[in-house]
Ligand binder design. Structure first.
Ligand SMILES: Cc1ncc(COP(=O)(O)O)c(C=O)c1O
Length: 401
């Protein structure tokens, strides 16, 4: 379906198209100078010394975890703390590298991992805590977690931090040991597919490069290792992945990185207009902003205190019928693929409530003023229609028998 207000948009300029054509003419499609330039510029923009461009945010996370597991000697089954609301990829990579997710419920206002709950868990569950190796905070929808708190916890309890910053390019600089970003469509920057892992740790950087390149020995990584002995060229020290990007995606990323600040400002302005227009609808809970927010999406939840004859599905279905694209707010703990983990949903009440009432709509520079007004009007029309459909029950006791 062609949506009038889709979840994301693509900003490809003539300069970007020319840059892609230049790559095609250059004779080098595989990772070369443009990939290096993008990695360096991206890392610098996010306060890091090293960047690695791979073929998805998921791969960046998987490579980051694999490198940490090897470097810090984590064992199969060791625990990684993750929030109860995030895209499934965050949890999938933990399981794929042989580790185990420890679910920590999210905060009610920002949908990020609740740091107080994490600390309570650590204090109350010494057995589990002994197996806890890292925290994976996810900066949801473009709003950074309270990293100073996570960093204190990590230091106090000897844990690493791998940030899932897939939704927060330009907003969440490197704060932990490694941060991973996605450049998939509808993200803050889009190269079609793609992801980056950044770090300030020289050893982790080289290890991640090795994992992205089939596990090639870190002694022989062209451009990054000193060794030029060709006998070492085909030595693979670990079982790695094939996760390389092309020069074409790199030039698209470079172009958009230059325009990133403009995108963020524009998203924030659109979010402000959505707030102004949607604020009056008493059923809606709008996102609370406690720090700089990039609004990769505009998340909305529903109050449960009001009696309703409709649910979020009725509302989302109506919005979609009006050409406004919606998505569920990243339900996780109720997914069939995690059945064997036997997650006790009832102990994560915020996630349960979000799964029941949460969804998001687009909030991006491709939206015009008229689009924003159109979205607000559509919500109003839905609520008005509900009022009209609502047949007031007869006051049975007052009606003569
Ligand atoms: C929070 C989060 N983590 C991980 C990913 C995975 O990124 P990719 O789709 O590039 O693999 C996404 C992307 O949608 C995401 O939103």
């Amino acid at each position: 379906m062609n949506f009038r207000v889709p979840l994301g948009y693509q900003d490809i300029t003539w300069e970007d198209k020319i840059a892609v054509c230049d790559v095609l003419e250059s004779g080098q499609l595989s990772p070369g100078p443009k990939v290096r330039e993008f990695e360096n510029a991206f890392a610098k923009r996010h306060d890091a010394r090293h960047g690695l461009f791979v073929n998805s945010g998921t791969d960046a996370l998987r490579i980051a975890l694999s490198a940490c597991k090897e470097r810090f000697g984590w064992k199969d089954g060791d625990l990684i703390a993750v929030p109860t609301i995030t895209f499934v990829a965050t949890v999938n990579v933990i399981l794929q590298v042989g580790l185990k997710p420890l679910f920590i419920d999210v905060g009610q206002s920002d949908y990020n991992m609740n740091d107080e709950r994490l600390e309570v868990f650590i204090r109350n569950s010494p057995d589990h805590y002994a197996q806890l190796r890292a925290i994976m905070p996810v900066h949801m929808f473009g709003q950074p977690c309270r990293m100073t708190v996570f960093k204190k916890l990590a230091k106090k309890y000897g844990m690493k931090i791998i940030e899932d910053s897939c939704e927060s390019i330009g907003i969440a600089p490197l704060s932990g040991d490694i941060a991973c970003y996605s450049t998939y469509v509808c993200h803050m920057i889009s190269t079609g597919v793609g992801g980056l892992a950044i770090t300030n740790d020289d050893d982790l950087s080289l290890l991640m490069r090795s994992y992205a390149n089939h596990g090639r020995s870190t002694n022989y990584i062209p451009g990054f290792s000193q060794c030029t002995d060709i006998k070492k060229r085909f030595v693979f020290d670990r079982i790695g992945y094939s996760s390389r990007m092309t020069e074409m995606e790199a030039v698209l990323g470079l172009g958009q990185l230059k325009r990133l600040d403009g995108y963020i400002t524009s998203r924030q302005e659109i979010a402000e207009r959505l707030y102004d227009g949607l604020f009056k609808f008493k059923h809606l809970i709008l996102p609370e902003v406690h720090s700089k927010h990039g609004f990769m999406m505009f998340p909305i939840t529903l109050h449960t205190v009001y009696k309703r004859s409709w649910n979020k599905w009725n509302l989302c279905k109506y919005l979609e019928s009006r050409g406004i694209e919606t998505r569920e707010m990243l339900p996780l703990i109720n997914q069939p693929c995690y059945k064997s983990l036997e997650i006790d949903e009832s102990s994560h009440s915020v996630a349960q409530w979000i799964n029941e009432t949460g969804f998001y709509i687009g909030c991006h520079p491709g939206m015009t003023d008229a689009d924003v007004r159109y979205v607000i009007e559509a919500f109003g029309e839905f609520f008005n229609a509900q009022k009209k459909n609502h047949v007031r029950p007869k006051k049975a006791s007052l009606v003569a028998a």
